[in-house]
Design a protein around this ligand. Sequence first.
Ligand code: TYD
Length: 136
Amino acid sequence: MKRYLYKIIDFPHFDNENGSLAIFQPKDVPFNIKRVFTITDTKSGSTRGGHTHHKTIQVLVCIRGGCIVDFDNGKAKKSIALNKPYRGLVLYPYVWHTMRNFKPNTVLLCLANTKYSEKDYIRTYEKFLNCLKSTK
Ligand code: TYD
């Protein structure tokens, strides 16, 4: 099974001396959006994520502030700094991801293709590696 690592989507945006406007429309997202959530009020030094999913695909957009997202698909690892209010990072299923180095007042917007289900989570790295072996 091909394991995608990530994709960047630059959403349409209009920036001028009066401010910036970014537009998030279903046609620019590679799945049907079933859920939108935000992560805010992160403390400096805190981490979020530290898991992956069986089915959920997400687009993370740092609409304010910035953070680093570390992710890997069991073969390749990558870290991306998210700090543009129009830049989306697509995280596919079976991509282990952690967010860290939050700047003050960071707002992370997340679009997802699933309803929330705890069963969709893989919350230990060991289980993640086992899943990769069993879904080869
Ligand atoms: P979690 O996804 O573990 O947060 P993070 O990856 O940012 O560290 O979710 C934290 C808690 O919120 C967890 O108890 C599940 C709950 N939650 C929902 O109920 N619905 C949701 O859509 C999400 C994303 C989380």
